[in-house]
Design a binder for this molecule. Structure first.
Ligand SMILES: C[S@@+](CC[C@H](N)C(=O)[O-])C[C@H]1O[C@@H](n2cnc3c(N)ncnc32)[C@H](O)[C@@H]1O
Length: 373
């Protein structure tokens, strides 16, 4: 594994499908691709139980693997689904987008949504007309299961640039920047922003760099708690990055997008998807128990684990995870590689928590799957 994959920016070289919509804690695609290449084979079924925005899942598909992806967050699951089930061409996406535009216009003519039912904190982000239109778009795209277009819409939901829908705000995590961009000085940033034009431009950007993809390969996208998943036919490899315990709040940090997707209680979601030490380690224990049965004998389980300063004394998290796998569930440790996370890559600068990431490569020591099933 070349460490430069880790620190260099992949923004200009990765597939633009990786840029559909931002995701806090996203794995670098330039790190995901070599891990998939090194530890899985063409035609394998690769399982990512904590898929986030689908970086491993998409890189596995692109490399000719069948893919099963899963994430408990509805937002993460949407973006993963969009990447695994995209339109085959930009033209196809554009045609469908025009069909959806007609439906949205019809719905707007029928009166659209009652904004009084929208929580104030959501209303604060948008001009009322932009919000009404966005709500119609979300409804039409959800009802018609247009996941790719919906992920594109989530990708332009908030930012300070003119191509986005909200008042000036940050891109990854939703907070307004009204002081930095006062209404009196930047009146244009507070005007109505038509959705359709921005969505058209976003779809075009999404198709800027698309690799050759084999649509015959099997792809599944699930949204359950990882330890509950079982696969009768097994999987050949697991490549994933579990939640960065206590350091990232996947619900809170995606709260605006989650609200539009029908999840208005991000606190409750965070109790499940942003676990603290004890529940994180218990989750890993349950997962390894399950994975030992589902992963083919000698199959690789590759984990990218964030290190963490813990209040409870788990001073080396990757070691703890590795210990659970090897001592508790009969995996063998093949290799462990640690690197610092450059400060510029951290979503929250100055955070004293995660300072490094470790790639743990484990192998299922089981002799046969049936014996353990
Ligand atoms: C480090 S992120 C994965 C990042 C991903 N590799 C990417 O590139 O976006 C961990 C993910 O685990 C998900 N998650 C947390 N607990 C989960 C659980 N019990 N079951 C399934 N997914 C869970 C979170 O929603 C989060 O998206």
């Amino acid at each position: 594994m070349d460490a430069s994959n880790w620190s260099a920016s992949a923004w200009q070289s990765e597939s633009t499908f990786h840029q559909l919509s931002p995701y806090i804690g996203k794995t670098k695609s330039s790190m995901a691709a070599p891990l998939v290449a090194q530890y899985t084979q063409q035609g394998d079924t690769v399982f990512d139980p904590f898929s986030g925005c689908g970086t491993f899942a998409f890189e596995a598909w692109r490399a000719g693997r069948h893919v099963i992806a899963n994430d408990l967050s509805p937002y993460a699951s949407l973006v993963t689904r969009a990447k695994l089930f995209p339109y085959r061409t930009l033209k196809a996406a554009q045609r469908d987008l025009e069909a959806m535009t007609t439906l949205v216009v019809q719905q707007m003519q029928c009166g659209g949504h009652d904004l009084r039912k929208v929580p104030t904190w959501v209303r604060e982000f948008f001009h009322s007309e932009t919000l009404r239109e966005t709500l119609c778009w979300v409804q039409v795209l959800r009802e018609r299961r247009r996941w790719f277009l919906l992920a594109c819409l989530m990708g332009i939901l908030h930012h300070q640039r003119p191509g986005f829908l909200s008042f000036p705000s940050s891109h990854t995590v939703p907070y307004l920047r009204l002081k930095k961009f006062p209404r009196s000085k930047y009146p244009k940033l507070y005007q109505y922003r038509p959705v359709a034009d921005r969505l058209r431009a976003k779809v075009e950007r999404a198709f800027r760099r698309v690799p050759a993809l084999d649509f015959e390969l099997e792809r599944k996208c699930l949204s359950r708690s990882a330890e509950k998943l079982a696969f009768a036919n097994g999987v050949d490899a697991i490549v994933t990055s579990p939640p960065y315990m206590r350091q990232l709040d996947y619900g809170r940090d995606n709260r605006l997008r989650l609200w539009f997707l029908g999840c208005d209680d991000w606190h409750a979601l965070d109790t499940m998807i942003s676990p603290k030490e004890k529940s994180f380690l218990a989750l890993m224990d349950q997962c390894f128990r399950r994975w030992r049965m589902d992963l083919k004998p000698k199959g690789h389980c590759v984990l990218v684990v964030g290190d963490a300063c813990s209040r409870e004394g788990y001073d080396n998290l990757p070691e703890r995870v590795s210990h659970i796998a090897t001592q508790g569930h009969g995996f063998t440790l093949v290799s462990s590689y640690t690197d610092q996370i450059p400060n510029k890559r951290r979503v929250r600068r100055g955070l004293v928590g995660n300072t490094s990431e470790t790639i743990l490569v484990l192998r299922n020591a089981a002799v046969s799957r049936k014996r353990h099933a």
